[in-house]
Design a protein around this ligand. Sequence first.
Ligand code: PLP
Length: 370
Amino acid sequence: MELVEFSLERIQSLFENTVDHNLSDSGVHPYTMRELLTPEQIEQVLDVELGYGWTNGEPALRRSVANLYRDRSADEVIITNGSAEANIIMVMSMLEAGDELIVVVPNYLQIWGFAKALGIVVREVPLREDTGWQPDMDELARAVTPQTKMITICHPNNPTGSILSPEGMDALVAFARKHDLWLHADEVYKGSELDGVESSSFVDLYEKCIITSGLSKAIALPGLRIGWLVGPKDEIYKAWQSKDYTSITASAVSEFIADIVVQPTKRAEILVRSRRILNENVALLSGWLDNNANLFSCILPKAGGMAFVRYNMDINSTDLVHRLREHRSIMLLPGDVYGMDHFIRLGVGAPKSHIEQGLKHLSDYARSEF
Ligand SMILES: Cc1ncc(COP(=O)(O)O)c(C=O)c1O
């Protein structure tokens, strides 16, 4: 199996911990256990038995996750190690060599790269910047062939922070239904909508849908490594069979904490914090963009932990990111990792002081060099 380098993750793995101002993160600043849990809950964690548990996820947690969706049972949910594992086992269990997969891009390119390695034919259909990062249904239609099995979208979108309107979601579902395609949505950013209006889940809209999600982004708990898949029972059973090969089970401690976190009141409290952090930082970014309009522009994110910023400077995005890292100790992600030069991805979930200083360094450098 030949895996193309996952350059989005690789560049972060190499450099994110080597700088003073890391603006490459894509989630909301994480909680500590002490901030998240009550003293009683922390005591309860100490009594969790460190066994394998249930390899498809602890039943109470699966029920709680199922309750986040419409009319779903625990058998339509499998708990995974992060949404990353959920994406991998979704591809392993739903697609095979020779199938065609439409990937709506830009996208977190894990599914894109892993599917290619398995011999699945990947066709990209872009979200268009001039329509606020929306898909064009005619372009989607042109990408469908008799071998097309699935469309995958990241919604809310990494990296643009765009969301589809309810009508846009319905149109995508109608399109998938018309062509009898599976629809997969990576919904790890769902709940981080800045206006507080949470998008629907695609799995509530379409019977041939499977979604992946987890606690890493909107819920600000990436270190728990808890994700999940939700979909029809048979497909979830097949995904469970793939999980026998990947990791067997998730951590019992993480599952225990996850079941506290996904209860409606706690989840709502966490999302209020996430949206507060994101709204403050996006306002900061917006002011900074106004002051630097000759160099940078951006359709501000409507959700999620990042902004996809276009720059007006004569330099390749990877070169720019390395120069900023070396000369100003700030870390951003280059648009190149999405195949989109002349953009940089800037995390907006970090503490405000970090973002303030990072943006100042960025504009100072851009002004002095270009
Ligand atoms: C859209 C998207 N999906 C999945 C993942 C993997 O997340 P995790 O495994 O931490 O839940 C990421 C990480 O950046 C992401 O941005």
